[in-house]
Design a protein around this ligand. Structure first.
Ligand code: PFF
Length: 453
């Protein structure tokens, strides 16, 4: 496919909403608020914003540069710029990482659909033990989670086969505003609860005594995952950007949107949890066990409002997961479509079927196929661990080195279009970050995760 025939986003808003859709996901809701609460409230938020600025945005811009310059799928983009050197491997590695994330991420997105259905049917009420039992039974069920995983893939597939403009961009323009509206509904309802202000205080009270090395590395890791850095999602989307798209400005806007959603997620979780005296945790247990109980108790005097808030919460979580999943699916679809010279439709079916099978096996590894373990982790947990903690940092690390130390500076600089007089200074700051700050930070996160520093 030549560059001229290549699909592209039709508007600036489309670029921002689609890419922010990739960034805004489960990570914003189930990890950021907990980290902010545990790691010193506003102190953590300030550090996190610093990480996004100094580290996340330069990494994002680097992937944008590669993608827009090469105007092709991630594997071909790195290959064409690497000129026969082993740097080309980063692109293939990214596609493979994407395939694994797509598979297990869809399982969790599917859980959200089950909880939407359950909240609509009014099934989410009972004792705290009931919620733990409900989730444990559902997660281990041999059919339901697999059914929802396939359903979520079919929704994603429907968007993908309609192409970049008619599918991804159109869906993002619809789903992202819907997500914001639902988010505001839940935030306002949570903040109006009696005693909610204690939760707001807990989230925002700056406590610098909690700030240590751990907090910095936690914030770095979170910014990395939350901005979808390190596996070619941003590179693939950037291959659909036009020459007019200002890469730096777009990265800043996406960073702002992603961080705002994360903070708003804190504003729905802490006020509600504090109003009923429950301590929020993180991960699947927060979303699928603690929060349904919190919503039930918080709105006990007005159960209808509780159902509406519960439904709105799972709907917004599903939307956030689906927009991230679309970007993940697109990485492999673009790869198969362009590298194997097949139609986009066939490529999309290949990804949908392959990932549904891997996703189903992942899901079953939590129940019927619980002998599928790697070390002491189920296959599902292993995929989560190996992609988030190992593969994304490795991909991000080599991308920084590739752009900072291998690509010609002139080529990199030329991608800094539309930035007026600031362009020169900004470019040098960016280059400094990408050559030194980002690779060193990623290396530190990596070593810290394994307890080596
Ligand atoms: N950024 C997404 C989240 O915060 O949930 C997760 C993610 C999506 C990571 C896409 C990586 C990716 F390529």
């Amino acid at each position: 496919m030549t560059q001229l025939e290549r699909a592209s986003f039709g508007s600036k808003l489309g670029v921002i909403l689609a890419t922010a859709g990739s960034a805004v996901g489960l990570g914003n809701v189930w990890r950021f608020p907990y980290m902010a609460g545990e790691y010193g409230g506003a102190a953590f938020i300030v550090i996190y914003v610093g990480c996004v600025l100094l580290f996340g945005i330069p990494c994002m811009v680097s992937e944008f540069i590669i993608g827009r310059h090469a105007a092709s799928n991630t594997a071909r983009a790195y290959r064409s710029l690497a000129g026969g050197t082993p740097w080309a491997a980063i692109g293939y590695f990214g596609v493979f990482t994407g395939l694994l994330i797509t598979s297990y991420y869809a399982v969790v997105a599917g859980w959200c659909l089950q909880y939407i259905a359950a909240s609509l049917l009014g099934q989410l009420h009972g004792s705290p033990e009931f919620f733990a039992e409900y989730f444990a039974t559902f997660e281990k069920d041999p059919f339901k989670p697999v059914f929802w995983t396939v359903a979520i893939f079919l929704i994603t597939h429907y968007v993908i086969i309609h192409g970049v403009r008619g599918g991804i961009e159109k869906a993002s323009k619809l789903l992202m505003p819907a997500l914001f509206v639902l988010l505001l509904i839940v935030v306002v309802s949570a903040c109006l609860l009696p005693g909610a202000f204690e939760g707001v205080k807990f989230l925002f009270k700056p406590d610098f005594s909690k700030v240590g090395g751990d907090v910095f590395l936690g914030a770095l890791g979170q910014s990395f995952y939350s901005l979808s850095i390190g596996m070619g999602c941003l590179c693939t989307y950037a291959s659909y950007f036009s020459r007019q798209t200002n890469l730096m400005k777009s990265a800043v806007q996406i960073g702002v949107l992603d961080t705002s959603v994360a903070i708003l997620a804190g504003l729905m979780i802490f006020p509600a949890a504090f109003s009923v005296g429950i301590n929020p945790d993180s991960g699947p247990s927060l979303v699928f066990i603690t929060l349904p109980n919190v919503f039930q108790q918080a709105f006990a005097s007005l159960p209808v409002v509780g159902y509406v808030v519960g439904f709105a919460f799972y709907a917004l979580l599903a939307l956030a997961a689906i927009t991230s999943l679309i970007s993940l699916h697109e990485v492999t679809t673009a790869f198969i479509h362009e590298e194997m010279h097949t139609t986009r439709k066939r490529a999309a079916w290949t990804v949908t079927i392959l990932c549904s099978v891997i996703g189903a096996v992942c899901s079953l590894s939590l129940g019927k196929l619980d002998f599928l373990k790697i070390g002491d982790r189920s296959l599902f947990d292993f995929f989560d661990f190996i992609t988030g903690q190992v593969m994304l940092p490795v991909g991000g690390f080599f991308t920084c080195l590739f752009v900072g130390w291998y690509l010609p500076h002139k080529m990199v600089r030329d991608e800094f279009s539309n930035w007026g007089t600031l362009r020169g200074k900004l470019f040098h700051t960016y280059l400094f970050c990408i050559k030194f700050v980002c690779p060193i930070c990623i290396l530190m996160i990596f070593l810290h995760q394994f307890g080596w520093i």
